[in-house]
Design a protein around this ligand. Structure first.
Ligand code: ADE
Ligand code: ZN
Ligand code: ZN
Length: 260
């Protein structure tokens, strides 16, 4: 009996810690991928269609999370986030995690997809990973502090349930909003040429710093143990929607550049 209780407890603890780690959430990642789809040029669309056997980007957007529990893919765990020390001015590869991080991950995906020497199988794998990682990059807490695991250790109440600030941003707000990923992709802001240009401006590290600055503001706006609900939702859901859209536009930019 004791043994049974112990294994039950282990199972519960394991599933709770796994749930803490699920990134934008399935809907957020698919929305970003679906938005990217509408910004792809012809060449990129064709190449991707061929690589993914006719499936769209949204279909593969959660692959990087799906493989997390497989020991064969454990080394990709740290690739979902990047923690730059708060006092560091910039990202330095020499000081970055040797197990990899979100910056090294996205660079690797682009390199494999651009290379004439990489296999079709590797290209398929790294394309699926890229779709997911560009989504992660736009969840501010994926560029948060290492000491609180990007906000995973900052406990909050989400309405009446226990949660943490990382999870609120990964999935609680998006789930509460109750739109499907296609509805989220359709209901994006209408952007003019100059706004689109602004979003596409810069490169990977600029986008990391933007996300990191957002995370700093969000850290300042929450206290451990705080109860969050309607007001938090009202204040921050517009930012979530903007981030999903920016992620989609930038993912398409990366892909259009690869296949140009
Ligand atoms: N998920 C797990 N650990 C993390 C960290 N250190 N930063 C951001 N997200 C994480
Ligand atoms: Zn996450
Ligand atoms: Zn992720």
């Amino acid at each position: 009996m004791k043994k049974l209780l112990l294994s039950l407890l282990t199972l519960i603890v394991a599933s709770v810690s796994f749930a803490n780690d699920s990134d934008w959430g399935k809907t957020g990642h698919r929305a970003t991928a679906e938005i990217a789809e509408s910004h792809l040029n012809k060449k990129a669309k064709q190449a991707i269609d061929e690589l993914l056997n006719g499936h769209g980007l949204a279909f593969v957007a959660n692959y990087a999370d799906d493989i997390k529990s497989d020991p064969e893919y454990r080394k990709f765990g740290p690739w979902h986030y990047v923690n730059i020390a708060p006092d560091a001015e910039e990202y330095k590869l020499e000081e970055a995690s040797e197990s990899g991080d979100l910056v090294q991950a996205i660079r690797k995906c682009v390199e494999v997809l651009k290379s004439k020497d990489s296999s079709r199988e590797d290209k398929q794998f790294y394309l699926k990973m890229l779709v997911h990682f560009v989504g992660d990059l736009h969840q501010p807490f994926h560029t948060g502090h290492s000491e609180d695991k990007g906000g995973n250790d900052i406990q909050v109440r989400w309405f009446n349930d226990g949660s943490n600030i990382h999870r609120v941003w990964d999935s609680e707000m998006i789930n509460f909003y109750q739109m499907s990923y296609t509805e989220l992709a359709i209901n994006t802001k209408d952007l003019n040429k100059s706004q689109l240009k602004d979003i596409r401006k810069g490169e990977l590290l600029d986008w990391v710093y933007e996300s990191r600055a957002m995370a700093e503001d969000l850290y300042a706006g929450v206290e451990n143990g705080e109860k969050l609900g309607y007001t938090y939702m009202y204040e921050h859901m517009p930012t979530v929607l903007d981030q999903l859209q920016k992620g989609g536009i930038r993912l398409a930019k990366i892909l259009n550049d690869i296949y140009s």
